[in-house]
Design a protein around this ligand. Structure first.
Ligand code: CA
Length: 229
Protein backbone atom coordinates (compact mmCIF):
# COMPACT_ATOMS: atom_id res chain seq x y z
CA UNK A 1 0.00 0.00 0.00
CA UNK A 2 0.95 3.60 -0.47
CA UNK A 3 2.66 5.17 2.51
CA UNK A 4 0.74 8.10 3.91
CA UNK A 5 2.36 11.53 4.07
CA UNK A 6 2.34 13.06 7.52
CA UNK A 7 3.07 16.75 7.86
CA UNK A 8 4.64 17.61 11.22
CA UNK A 9 4.14 21.23 12.23
CA UNK A 10 6.30 21.77 15.28
CA UNK A 11 8.69 24.62 16.08
CA UNK A 12 10.87 22.84 18.61
CA UNK A 13 13.62 21.17 16.55
CA UNK A 14 14.20 18.31 18.98
CA UNK A 15 10.50 17.39 19.08
CA UNK A 16 10.12 17.84 15.33
CA UNK A 17 13.05 15.50 14.79
CA UNK A 18 11.67 12.93 17.24
CA UNK A 19 8.25 13.02 15.57
CA UNK A 20 9.79 12.70 12.09
CA UNK A 21 11.84 9.76 13.30
CA UNK A 22 8.82 7.97 14.78
CA UNK A 23 6.64 8.65 11.77
CA UNK A 24 9.30 7.36 9.38
CA UNK A 25 9.97 4.30 11.53
CA UNK A 26 6.26 3.51 11.38
CA UNK A 27 6.47 3.44 7.59
CA UNK A 28 4.98 6.84 6.84
CA UNK A 29 6.53 9.68 4.90
CA UNK A 30 7.42 12.67 7.09
CA UNK A 31 7.21 16.29 5.98
CA UNK A 32 8.22 19.01 8.41
CA UNK A 33 7.36 22.64 9.03
CA UNK A 34 8.27 24.92 11.93
CA UNK A 35 5.51 27.50 11.52
CA UNK A 36 2.19 28.16 9.77
CA UNK A 37 3.78 29.75 6.68
CA UNK A 38 6.05 26.84 5.95
CA UNK A 39 3.17 24.47 6.76
CA UNK A 40 1.08 26.10 4.00
CA UNK A 41 4.03 25.84 1.64
CA UNK A 42 4.40 22.12 2.35
CA UNK A 43 0.67 21.58 1.94
CA UNK A 44 0.73 23.28 -1.46
CA UNK A 45 3.76 21.34 -2.63
CA UNK A 46 2.62 17.96 -1.52
CA UNK A 47 -0.78 17.36 -0.03
CA UNK A 48 -0.32 15.51 3.26
CA UNK A 49 -2.68 12.73 4.32
CA UNK A 50 -2.59 13.89 7.91
CA UNK A 51 -1.22 16.84 9.86
CA UNK A 52 0.36 16.62 13.30
CA UNK A 53 -0.07 20.12 14.57
CA UNK A 54 1.59 21.64 17.59
CA UNK A 55 -0.64 23.91 19.66
CA UNK A 56 2.07 26.45 20.49
CA UNK A 57 3.68 27.83 17.35
CA UNK A 58 5.37 31.19 16.76
CA UNK A 59 3.18 33.86 15.08
CA UNK A 60 0.13 31.86 14.05
CA UNK A 61 -0.85 29.34 16.74
CA UNK A 62 -1.76 25.76 15.97
CA UNK A 63 -5.39 26.45 16.87
CA UNK A 64 -5.61 29.33 14.37
CA UNK A 65 -3.88 27.25 11.70
CA UNK A 66 -6.31 24.38 12.30
CA UNK A 67 -9.22 26.77 11.83
CA UNK A 68 -7.70 28.13 8.62
CA UNK A 69 -7.14 24.61 7.30
CA UNK A 70 -10.76 23.77 8.05
CA UNK A 71 -12.16 26.77 6.20
CA UNK A 72 -10.05 26.31 3.06
CA UNK A 73 -11.88 24.01 0.62
CA UNK A 74 -8.53 22.53 -0.51
CA UNK A 75 -7.49 21.48 2.99
CA UNK A 76 -10.71 21.05 4.96
CA UNK A 77 -10.65 17.27 4.57
CA UNK A 78 -7.08 16.72 5.75
CA UNK A 79 -7.24 15.12 9.20
CA UNK A 80 -5.44 16.95 12.00
CA UNK A 81 -4.04 15.61 15.24
CA UNK A 82 -3.26 18.38 17.67
CA UNK A 83 -0.16 18.12 19.87
CA UNK A 84 0.10 20.04 23.05
CA UNK A 85 1.96 20.25 26.32
CA UNK A 86 -1.21 21.32 28.06
CA UNK A 87 -3.34 18.65 29.57
CA UNK A 88 -6.34 20.68 30.60
CA UNK A 89 -9.77 19.58 29.56
CA UNK A 90 -10.67 23.12 28.48
CA UNK A 91 -7.80 23.18 25.97
CA UNK A 92 -8.76 19.80 24.66
CA UNK A 93 -12.23 21.12 23.91
CA UNK A 94 -10.77 24.21 22.24
CA UNK A 95 -8.48 22.06 20.11
CA UNK A 96 -11.30 19.83 18.94
CA UNK A 97 -13.56 22.82 18.30
CA UNK A 98 -10.88 24.33 16.09
CA UNK A 99 -11.33 21.35 13.81
CA UNK A 100 -8.76 18.85 15.01
CA UNK A 101 -9.74 15.18 14.65
CA UNK A 102 -7.84 14.04 17.66
CA UNK A 103 -5.66 15.40 20.38
CA UNK A 104 -2.55 14.13 22.07
CA UNK A 105 -0.73 15.56 25.06
CA UNK A 106 3.05 15.86 25.29
CA UNK A 107 4.94 13.93 26.44
CA UNK A 108 3.39 11.10 24.46
CA UNK A 109 4.56 7.58 23.80
CA UNK A 110 5.46 6.93 20.16
CA UNK A 111 3.29 3.84 20.26
CA UNK A 112 0.25 5.81 21.36
CA UNK A 113 0.89 8.51 18.76
CA UNK A 114 1.18 5.95 15.96
CA UNK A 115 -2.00 4.22 17.12
CA UNK A 116 -3.82 7.58 16.97
CA UNK A 117 -2.38 8.35 13.52
CA UNK A 118 -3.48 4.98 12.18
CA UNK A 119 -6.94 5.32 13.68
CA UNK A 120 -7.44 8.79 12.19
CA UNK A 121 -6.12 7.70 8.77
CA UNK A 122 -8.44 4.68 8.79
CA UNK A 123 -11.44 6.89 9.44
CA UNK A 124 -10.47 9.16 6.57
CA UNK A 125 -9.33 6.71 3.90
CA UNK A 126 -12.08 6.08 1.41
CA UNK A 127 -12.32 2.34 0.92
CA UNK A 128 -12.49 0.95 -2.57
CA UNK A 129 -15.27 -1.58 -3.02
CA UNK A 130 -13.96 -5.00 -2.10
CA UNK A 131 -14.55 -6.91 -5.28
CA UNK A 132 -12.82 -8.17 -8.35
CA UNK A 133 -13.00 -6.20 -11.55
CA UNK A 134 -12.21 -7.91 -14.82
CA UNK A 135 -11.80 -6.28 -18.22
CA UNK A 136 -9.70 -6.74 -21.33
CA UNK A 137 -7.88 -9.77 -19.94
CA UNK A 138 -6.98 -7.98 -16.72
CA UNK A 139 -8.21 -8.89 -13.28
CA UNK A 140 -8.01 -6.32 -10.53
CA UNK A 141 -8.66 -6.99 -6.88
CA UNK A 142 -9.17 -3.86 -4.81
CA UNK A 143 -8.95 -5.85 -1.58
CA UNK A 144 -5.58 -7.44 -2.24
CA UNK A 145 -4.39 -4.47 -4.34
CA UNK A 146 -3.37 -6.80 -7.13
CA UNK A 147 -3.62 -6.78 -10.87
CA UNK A 148 -3.26 -10.02 -12.77
CA UNK A 149 -3.00 -10.45 -16.53
CA UNK A 150 -3.22 -14.01 -17.82
CA UNK A 151 -1.96 -15.32 -14.51
CA UNK A 152 0.91 -12.83 -14.27
CA UNK A 153 0.95 -10.30 -11.42
CA UNK A 154 1.56 -6.75 -12.65
CA UNK A 155 3.39 -4.41 -10.31
CA UNK A 156 1.70 -1.01 -10.07
CA UNK A 157 2.23 2.05 -7.92
CA UNK A 158 -0.74 3.23 -5.83
CA UNK A 159 -1.77 5.97 -8.26
CA UNK A 160 -1.48 3.71 -11.29
CA UNK A 161 -3.56 1.16 -9.42
CA UNK A 162 -6.34 3.67 -8.73
CA UNK A 163 -6.13 4.96 -12.30
CA UNK A 164 -6.47 1.45 -13.72
CA UNK A 165 -9.31 0.68 -11.31
CA UNK A 166 -11.14 3.77 -12.53
CA UNK A 167 -10.57 2.90 -16.20
CA UNK A 168 -11.64 -0.71 -15.77
CA UNK A 169 -14.87 0.38 -14.15
CA UNK A 170 -15.46 3.13 -16.74
CA UNK A 171 -14.60 1.49 -20.03
CA UNK A 172 -14.97 2.79 -23.57
CA UNK A 173 -15.40 6.40 -22.53
CA UNK A 174 -12.99 9.27 -23.04
CA UNK A 175 -11.94 11.17 -19.92
CA UNK A 176 -10.10 14.48 -19.98
CA UNK A 177 -7.11 15.04 -17.73
CA UNK A 178 -9.23 17.25 -15.48
CA UNK A 179 -11.91 14.58 -15.19
CA UNK A 180 -9.30 11.97 -14.34
CA UNK A 181 -7.77 14.25 -11.71
CA UNK A 182 -11.17 14.73 -10.09
CA UNK A 183 -12.08 11.06 -10.27
CA UNK A 184 -8.79 9.45 -9.35
CA UNK A 185 -6.87 12.04 -7.35
CA UNK A 186 -9.88 13.79 -5.80
CA UNK A 187 -10.93 17.40 -6.10
CA UNK A 188 -8.98 18.70 -3.12
CA UNK A 189 -5.57 17.82 -4.50
CA UNK A 190 -3.08 20.29 -5.92
CA UNK A 191 -1.71 18.53 -8.97
CA UNK A 192 -1.09 19.73 -12.47
CA UNK A 193 -2.73 18.13 -15.47
CA UNK A 194 0.53 16.81 -16.82
CA UNK A 195 0.77 14.65 -13.69
CA UNK A 196 -1.94 12.56 -15.34
CA UNK A 197 0.32 11.97 -18.34
CA UNK A 198 3.16 10.84 -16.10
CA UNK A 199 0.97 8.22 -14.41
CA UNK A 200 -0.59 7.14 -17.70
CA UNK A 201 2.95 6.57 -18.99
CA UNK A 202 3.81 4.47 -15.95
CA UNK A 203 0.59 2.50 -16.22
CA UNK A 204 1.25 1.80 -19.90
CA UNK A 205 4.83 0.75 -19.15
CA UNK A 206 3.52 -1.73 -16.57
CA UNK A 207 0.91 -3.06 -18.99
CA UNK A 208 3.50 -3.28 -21.74
CA UNK A 209 5.20 -6.07 -19.81
CA UNK A 210 2.17 -8.22 -20.61
CA UNK A 211 1.56 -6.60 -24.01
CA UNK A 212 -1.60 -4.89 -22.87
CA UNK A 213 -0.56 -1.26 -23.07
CA UNK A 214 -2.91 -0.71 -26.03
CA UNK A 215 -5.83 -0.91 -23.57
CA UNK A 216 -5.04 2.67 -22.57
CA UNK A 217 -5.69 4.82 -25.60
CA UNK A 218 -4.82 8.45 -26.15
CA UNK A 219 -7.62 10.44 -27.71
CA UNK A 220 -5.97 13.46 -29.27
CA UNK A 221 -7.17 16.73 -27.87
CA UNK A 222 -9.57 14.99 -25.48
CA UNK A 223 -7.82 12.70 -23.04
CA UNK A 224 -7.64 8.98 -22.41
CA UNK A 225 -9.85 5.96 -22.80
CA UNK A 226 -9.69 2.37 -21.62
CA UNK A 227 -10.87 0.29 -24.51
CA UNK A 228 -10.87 -3.41 -25.27
CA UNK A 229 -11.63 -2.78 -28.93
CA1 CA B 1 5.78 24.51 20.13
Amino acid sequence: MMSAKILIVEDEPAIQELLAFNVTQAGFQALCAADADSAWQQIRNSRPDLILLDWMLPNTSGVILAKQLRTDPHTKDIPIIMLTARGEERDKVLGLESGADDYITKPFSPRELMARIRAVLRRHTPQMPDKMVAAGGLELSAASHRVIANGVVIELGPTEFRLLHFFMTHMERVYSRTQLLDQVWGTQVFVEERTVDVHIRRLRAALESVEMDSLIQTVRGSGYRFSIN
